[in-house]
Design a protein around this ligand. Structure first.
Ligand SMILES: [Ca+2]
Ligand SMILES: [Ca+2]
Ligand SMILES: [Ca+2]
Length: 205
């Protein structure tokens, strides 16, 4: 007797666990040191405002960057009233504010997708804060990912002229590099330029 292939496919699909997983916020998360941790690639859901029950507190989350690059935060948000925007802020590991910004939320129960990218992010912890909406109940889901840096890496440690010996650049050759990525101790890159066969050092700061 032949197996029912369609039935078998459905059974296999049900047996495969979902690759993505979602979390829901845990209140109180009203200060940076009450944050809810969020892993890269997973989604976090929450609410704020005149929901049921009403909770107009802000929501703090901790993002963990394990590689340098561009931090992209994606949101899907919905307000049950006419308020169309949400105020957010990003902080570094020392709770210094990097940026405050607004992302879109759908109105009257509709959802809206939005995203923002922060370039030159180094590794470590960052804190994300969502403020309560000006009015109405806000429901949201967000996730984040680390996109590759725009340019390739230079060879560290090249912070001094006499440690640049591995970053030798030939004439008419582009040299990639990364410098001043947040939270990473790299604010000086020395390169050796070969000109007429003679090395000359140059510094990027
Ligand atoms: Ca909340
Ligand atoms: Ca909260
Ligand atoms: Ca560098």
């Amino acid at each position: 007797m032949k197996p029912n292939r369609r039935l078998l496919a459905h059974a296999l699909a049900l047996a495969v666990p979902l690759c993505t997983w979602a979390q829901t916020e845990t209140e109180p998360n009203n200060a940076w040191n009450q944050n809810n941790p969020v892993a890269e690639g997973s989604s976090m859901s929450g609410s704020s405002g005149t929901c049921s029950p009403t909770d107009n507190s802000v929501d703090y989350f901790a993002l963990a960057l394990t590689q340098v690059g561009q931090l992209k935060i994606r949101t899907s948000m919905s307000n049950d009233g006419p308020t169309s925007g949400v105020s957010l802020a990003l902080y570094d590991k020392n709770v210094g504010q990097i940026a405050s910004f607004n992302l879109a939320s759908g109105v009257n129960g509709a959802s809206a997708l939005d995203s923002i990218v922060f370039t030159c992010r180094g590794t470590g912890t960052y804190y994300l804060r969502l403020n309560a909406p000006a009015s109405g109940c806000l429901s949201y889901t967000f996730s984040y990912e680390i996109l590759p840096p725009v340019f390739g890496a230079d060879t560290e440690n090249n912070n001094n002229w006499n440690t640049a010996n591995t970053d030798t650049v030939a004439v008419n050759t582009n040299a990639d590099g990364r410098i001043n990525f947040s939270q990473n101790d790299d604010n000086s890159d020395f390169f050796i330029l070969l000109h007429g066969g003679q090395p000359h050092s140059t510094v990027v700061q």
